[in-house]
Structures are given as structure tokens and as C-alpha cells.
Unconditional design. Structure first.
Length: 152
């Protein structure tokens, strides 16, 4: 979507410059040059605003806008054998890859590799998370020093 708009935006800017140049030559309206420059500047700022916001989010390790962390938390909390989750973090590693870390409290024991493999596939298919790192905790959720929500 952004690339498509950028191409159209570039074409519109170029067309605007050519038309303005023609009008200035034919009609002698020299004021048109700064007016078109202001319009072009506004188009450039408007078209790059989303890219700037996305770059800031990446630099701050923000949760990608297309992922709802509460939905991820609900999904992980609802897994069989999971009594609680904590220390959930989701961030973009790049424009195409998302990472997740989370502690799963599973008092009945480690669920096995097949459970984890299925979970990794579901996280990818459902949330487009490519790099999940999960810590299985057997026992009390309060035993982990990262368990309280205010601890990062």
C-alpha cells in the first residue's frame, strides 16, 4: 500500500512540476513556483508520515500495530495445561519478522516438544510471530521474580 502510494505520489509531484513550469513560462506567474513547492512539500510529509511513525516504533521495540498483545495473552493463557502467563513481550525484529518472549506457568509439567512445535506454528499462522521464545515454569507463578505485571 505504501509503495503504491509512493509511486503515484512521485508521479503526481513530477506532473505538478511540469505543469507549473509550463504555466510559469506561458503566463509568467512566478508566484506559482513557491506555491507548488509548498504543495509538494506537504505531499512528501504526508506520504512519509507513516514510514516515520513505523521507524520510531521499530527503534523503541514497540509491538507491531497489526498484533494485539491482549489477544496473544488470551491465546497463550487458554492453552491446555497453562495456568498463567507472565513476562509477555512482543516486538518487531524487522519489517517482516516479529519476536515474542513469554513465561508459561504449567504446574503439571513440561508439555513436550510436539506441544511447543504446534504452538510455534499457531503463533506464526494466527499472529505472524516468527521468533517465539517460551519459558516453561513448573510450579507456582509467584516463584518467578518476573511474574508481577509491573516488572519488565
Amino acid at each position: 500500500m505504501v509503495r503504491s502510494f509512493t509511486c503515484w505520489g512521485d508521479a503526481a509531484v513530477s506532473l505538478g512540476v511540469v505543469i507549473a513550469g509550463g504555466v510559469i513560462i506561458i503566463a509568467g506567474w512566478n508566484w506559482l513556483d513557491p506555491a507548488v513547492s509548498i504543495v509538494i512539500s506537504a505531499v512528501i510529509v504526508w506520504s512519509t508520515w507513516g514510514l516515520l511513525r513505523e521507524a520510531i516504533n521499530y527503534s523503541l521495540d514497540a509491538v507491531p500495530s497489526e498484533i494485539d498483545p491482549k489477544e496473544v495473552a488470551r491465546y497463550l493463557s487458554g492453552l491446555p495445561g497453562v495456568d498463567a502467563i507472565h513476562d509477555l513481550h512482543v516486538w518487531a525484529m524487522s519489517t517482516t519478522e516479529t519476536a515474542l518472549t513469554c513465561h508459561l506457568v504449567m504446574p503439571k509439567g513440561h508439555p513436550g516438544d510436539e506441544f511447543l512445535q504446534n504452538l510455534y506454528h499457531h503463533l506464526h499462522d494466527k499472529f505472524e510471530i516468527e521468533h517465539p521464545t517460551l519459558q516453561i515454569e513448573i510450579g507456582d507463578a509467584g516463584a518467578c521474580k518476573l511474574a508481577p505485571d509491573h516488572v519488565v
